[in-house]
Design a protein around this ligand. Structure first.
Ligand code: PEP
Ligand code: CO
Length: 448
């Protein structure tokens, strides 16, 4: 496969799954033409910096925190929502850095995470069969056949929403909001009342004392750039290939192709087939890339992904995101870790403890138990300890809001609470308190 020449459209010669059926090819082409003339969202040099940071993770010297929405929304979108999501990710990173003692590479599922793969192509709504929801980049989520007609102009809306989300993230992370002196400010009031929030307050107090101590010792903290700004990278699933192709540009410095829709792109569990269009597309872009692997993946599948996506074995180029489920991680993961280690592929291994632990509650809402999420992370760390590899990171779906979508956790969401604040357009997310709780437990595992 990798012997054939690659170009941004070479995926079109492969079988492509999980794409919407666009009703008007002319309108699709017009939207893509506009998109391909718009400025890139990220720059190749940034993607290379992220790759270097991920190389540190692959070498066991840093930890990856990848987090954000399952699906970003066109309607539930505001400066406050972006800020609050960033707050909780910064809090988690501080907990992991301070509690776990490792540098943390921070990557959002944000500024482009709009397209969703679906297990079934249709769903039942009010007794009628309608197309399943594939994300706001394709159509609206209202449960009617009209709302689910794919509209290519939405790809332009997705571009503009990504650009403005990224703009705000850059402003927040480089303009003072992410300054370590703000650790207390990131703790939102409703979070501060939860057990994890109180635990966080204590940790933030320790950090403040440490900063005051260094200052009193004569260290000039104002000149330490790393205390005042953070690198925050964007990522999404490279699912909607026409959109990704239209944002793929040749870097003027190196002549290499980069998918400039995000710093890191991943291929999902449903589209990672070695002969499929998605792997073909990702193999040719020079961004760091990732692949999800579920419990059905064999060592040969995973080695195939390593060879297809990182034949030159560049550290930091490839992240494998295991999403096995709490019950299966202990048996399914170790053979994959061993195979990759024995083959000498320098990958980052991250744990997605969300997608293998989803079920429907009695009320029919998709949910996940916080305890299952933690159990899978424990199994992930145990598998790495067994094989002698580095548990490189976690990949979670979360929001900064006080939603009631996942069960349990410090603030104890019960099954009857699910309808209270269930606002996700796709999978259930951890709320801010549950996210901090998770970070404290991961920090403990890192320390151990
Ligand atoms: C996702 O990350 O939202 C997703 C659909 O994951 P997976 O491909 O692992 O099912
Ligand atoms: Co999801």
């Amino acid at each position: 496969m990798s012997d054939s020449p690659w170009h941004p459209a070479s995926w079109r010669d492969r079988p492509v799954s999980q794409q919407p059926e666009w009703p008007d090819p002319g309108a699709l082409e017009a939207a893509l033409k506009t998109l391909s003339g718009l400025p890139p969202l990220v720059f190749a040099g940034e993607a290379r910096r992220l790759r270097s940071s991920l190389a540190e993770v692959a070498a066991g010297r840093a930890f990856l925190l990848q987090a954000g929405d399952c699906a970003e929304s066109f309607s539930d979108w505001s400066a406050d929502i972006i800020r609050d999501k960033l707050k909780v990710i910064l809090q988690m990173a501080v907990i992991l850095t301070y509690g776990g003692g490792v540098p943390v590479v921070k990557v959002g599922r944000i500024a482009g995470q709009f397209a969703k793969p679906r297990t079934a192509a249709t769903e039942k709504a009010g007794g009628v069969e309608i197309p399943a929801f594939r994300g706001h980049i394709v159509h609206d989520d209202a449960p009617t056949a009209e709302a689910r007609v794919p509209d290519p102009t939405r790809m332009l809306t997705a571009y503009h929403q990504s650009a403005s989300t990224l703009n705000l993230l850059r402003a927040f992370t480089k303009g003072g909001f992410a300054d370590l002196s703000q650790v207390h400010v990131w703790n939102q009031e409703f979070v501060a009342r939860s057990p994890a929030g109180r635990h966080y307050e204590a940790l933030a107090g320790e950090i403040e004392r440490a900063l005051r101590f260094m200052s009193a010792c004569g260290v000039d903290l104002s000149s330490e750039g790393k205390l005042h700004q953070v690198d925050f990278w964007t990522s999404h699933e490279a699912l909607l290939l026409p959109w990704e192709e239209a944002l793929t540009r040749r870097d003027s410095l190196t002549g290499d192709w980069y998918d400039c829709s995000a710093h890191l792109l991943w291929v999902g569990e449903r589209t990672r087939g070695l002969d499929g269009a998605h792997v073909e597309f990702l193999r040719g872009v020079h961004n760091p890339v990732a692949a999800k692997v579920g419990p059905g993946a064999t060592p040969a599948d995973v080695l195939g992904l390593c060879e297809a996506l990182n034949p030159e074995r560049v550290p930091g180029r490839l992240t494998l995101i295991a999403r096995m489920g709490a019950m299966k991680v202990g048996t399914a993961l170790p053979p994959l870790l061993s195979a990759v280690a024995d083959a000498g592929h320098p990958v980052v291994w991250a744990c997605d403890p969300m997608h293998g632990n989803t079920f429907s509650s009695d009320g029919g809402r998709k949910t996940r138990r916080f305890d299952d999420v933690i159990e899978e992370i424990r199994g992930f760390f145990a598998a790495h300890a067994q094989v002698g590899t580095w548990p490189g990171g976690v990949h979670v779906e979360l929001t900064g809001d006080d939603v009631t979508e996942c069960l349990g956790g410090g603030s104890e969401v019960l099954e009857d609470d699910l309808p209270l604040r269930y606002t996700t357009t796709c999978d259930p997310r951890l709320n801010a308190g549950q996210s901090l709780d998770l970070a404290f437990r991961v920090a403990e595992l890192l320390r151990a």
